[in-house]
Design a protein around this ligand. Structure first.
Ligand SMILES: Nc1nc2c(c(=O)[nH]1)N[C@H]1C(S)=C(S)[C@@H](COP(=O)(O)O)O[C@H]1N2
Ligand SMILES: [Mo]
Length: 197
């Protein structure tokens, strides 16, 4: 059982994704790249793996710190060769969830495409077999059940962005319930990744 399940991390599932929607899909890379292609999951997992200890922070008031294992965006990018006019990336699940992030944000050193958490497979309900982890942005940017990446030239709306949440999604100052510490309410400074606890 993963640390996420043990800590009772809420399962956010705006759309209805079933295992069979994800199985065998691999990861499609489309849009402004030199050669659009589809990687199998095996090919993604053969890329150099890095573990990032980071807190995933939901705009809805909880957060969890864990060791996320996967391929750094910056390593992944060497396999896809974006065109120079690409400035943003849209991440999608198979069932209508999508969110867009600026390439400049993805090129920061702690962003990854993850398949492990604390050394275990990320369970399906937590976005396995492949999800994003973008520590400095609200959790809704960390797309679960990632099956498609599209490079594009502008910021776009997305599932939560079209329902009123910000498109930049920088973690803002406020309080968060720390699920690693009994869901205690703690102050966060905001302005990006929570590093104070
Ligand atoms: N495909 C998809 N990805 C998603 C979501 C979702 O509903 N569908 N919820 C987002 C939100 S709001 C948060 S806070 C995190 C929560 O991750 P968890 O469900 O693993 O706790 O996933 C994000 N990624
Ligand atoms: Mo969230």
């Amino acid at each position: 059982m993963s640390i996420l399940k043990r800590l009772g991390v809420p399962i956010f599932n705006a759309e209805r994704t079933r295992r069979q929607d994800v199985e065998g899909r691999g990861l499609e890379v489309a849009g402004m790249v030199e050669g659009p292609c589809t990687f199998t999951l095996g090919e993604v997992r053969a890329m150099p793996m890095t573990v990032v200890n980071a807190r995933l922070t939901s705009v809805s008031g909880w957060s969890v710190r864990a060791d996320w294992g996967g391929v750094l965006w910056t390593d992944f990018e060497t396999h896809i060769r974006p065109l120079s006019e690409a400035s943003h990336v849209t991440f999608s699940s198979p069932s209508g969830y999508d969110t867009t992030v600026a390439l400049a944000e993805l090129r920061t050193p702690r962003v990854l495409l993850a398949w492990q958490v604390d050394g275990e497979e990320i369970e399906f309900e937590y976005g396995g077999p492949l999800r994003m982890v973008i520590p400095q942005l609200w959790g809704y940017k960390s797309c679960k059940w990632l099956v498609r990446i599209e490079l594009c030239g502008r910021m776009r709306g997305g599932y939560w962005e079209d329902r009123g949440y910000s498109r930049d999604a920088f973690v803002q100052p406020g309080t968060t319930r720390d699920l690693n510490d009994g869901a205690k309410a703690k102050r966060i400074a905001g302005g990006g990744e929570v590093t104070e606890f």
